[in-house]
Design a protein around this ligand. Sequence first.
Ligand code: 5RP
Length: 226
Amino acid sequence: MGDLETLKKEAALRAVALVESGMRVGLGTGSTAKYAIEELGRRLAAGELRDIVGVATSEASEALAREVGVPVQPLDPRPLDLAIDGADEIDPDLNLIKGLGGALLREKLTEVQARRLVIIADHTKLVTRLGEKAPLPVEITRFGFLSTVERLRALVPGGRLRQPGAQPYVTDNGNYIYDAQLPAAFEPLELERQLKGTLGVVETGFFLGMADVAFVATPEGVREIR
Ligand code: 5RP
């Protein structure tokens, strides 16, 4: 396993150690969250945990959870005890950018209902300001997407429709993603408000003030950031 993979797994294990029997747990998406889902399955199979319900933030995470023996239910209005997920950027105040894995809408819908949102990452995700390394993913409707992209470019110049091949990337919700390049200076809450007010925008990858703790694995050990 490569060094970063080892670190991701270390962070994931720290988060899954917080899970107790009977909990309803939000299951994140991505290469770090994958380790958490696998560890949850391992703990269930080993009899360390019982009566866990997982609520998956993507079809991929749901499939993995079922594969490793974590029971999955759809999101309903009941709170989740805990949600565990990765992030693309983590700033010093625990504000996040998420969605490079394309699951930002289901992640936000799920994690807003969690009593505790636990973020797991390796140290490359730490930034001094959001947008330093990663673009901000913005989920937009397919209908009229070219017009929405123009509106977004007027608001945040720079960025592009996510298109890994001949066709645009399609989310689990049937939408497209616009990856916005953030300027060097901006006010995240205000930009979030403006983006959410833009016709055609479904959700943004800003997760502001949502995370309770981050386990960030470094070569020197796992840092706990609150
Ligand atoms: C998916 C996400 C992921 O949590 C984020 O992209 C981090 O993924 P990884 O752990 O693979 O780096 O927000 O929508």
